[in-house]
Design a protein around this ligand. Structure first.
Ligand code: NAG
Length: 243
């Protein structure tokens, strides 16, 4: 008796596997890259077949890139209702794109993106015997911000000094570029620029190197800048006054 039941359920399972059932039709794009504050639509459209006769369930699972153990369901459609999980950081930011996902559109909208939204999103659509899922990768990049310029070293003729530029925020890869915005526009011939650290090394400075310098920090989603004035003066002559 028990064996017969087991055999029957095996047959049922196998036939479910073989039947053509619901399909997820949005398959073209599975990698998204956005800037913080923007919105994104993660597509998950599907087609049901007549064989799919169970209740329709749609579920979005989020697996954070920086903490994969914290996998969580963020929104769900089940038994004709939408369950929008009330994680405080998501309130009002996460919706089904279509208010009636049962009609074949389980796409997800996320508004006002944050860096912490970076990770894997899995759309699972179930209407037994049909079960399908699709994974989407989302990266939320932060624009450079809070960029500050400074000068390290003495601003005296003949000395070496470094113009420094650093952004407080900004996703990698950040790149820095310096230019002179007063007088001769080109950088001094002996200067050495490190685009990764934002440092511009000036050797054996002369008064002609004086002027306003501008640094632009940039990454794939934005730019930020700062300026600083370099004022090269003759070497101090304090000892003359002491005499
Ligand atoms: C520094 O620059 C001056 C001219 O600006 C030049 O005469 C001198 O030789 C330079 N010194 C060094 C160490 O390069």
């Amino acid at each position: 008796m028990e064996l017969a039941l087991l055999a029957l359920s095996l047959v049922l399972l196998c036939s479910a596997g073989l039947t053509r059932s619901l399909t997820i039709t949005s398959v073209d794009q599975s990698v998204f890259e956005k800037a913080q504050g923007e919105k994104v639509m993660l597509p998950c459209t599907f087609e049901l077949l007549e064989e799919d006769e169970g209740p329709l369930d749609i579920e979005w699972v989020f697996i954070p890139a920086d903490n994969p153990e914290k996998e969580q369901v963020i929104i769900m459609y089940a038994v004709g209702r939408i369950y929008n999980h009330c994680n405080p950081t998501e309130i009002g930011r996460v919706h089904f794109t279509n208010p009636y996902p049962r009609c074949g559109d389980g796409s997800l909208d996320i508004m006002n993106l944050k860096a912490a939204d970076t990770g894997t999103y899995q759309c699972k659509v179930k209407k037994v015997p049909g079960v399908q899922s699709k994974k989407i990768q989302l990266t939320v990049l932060v624009k450079p911000a809070g960029t500050k310029c400074s000068i390290e070293g003495s601003q005296e003729i003949g000395k070496d000094l470094t113009l420094k530029c650093a952004s407080r925020e900004g996703s990698p890869l950040l790149s820095y570029d310096w230019r002179r915005v007063s007088g001769p526009q080109e950088l001094p011939a002996t200067s050495m620029l490190n685009k990764n650290t934002g440092e511009l090394l000036l050797k054996n400075v002369s008064q002609e190197d004086s002027g306003v310098y501008n640094c632009v920090a940039s990454n794939r989603v934005g730019t930020d800048e700062c300026s600083i004035e370099l004022n090269v003066t003759p070497q101090s002559v304090c000892w003359v006054m002491v005499m």
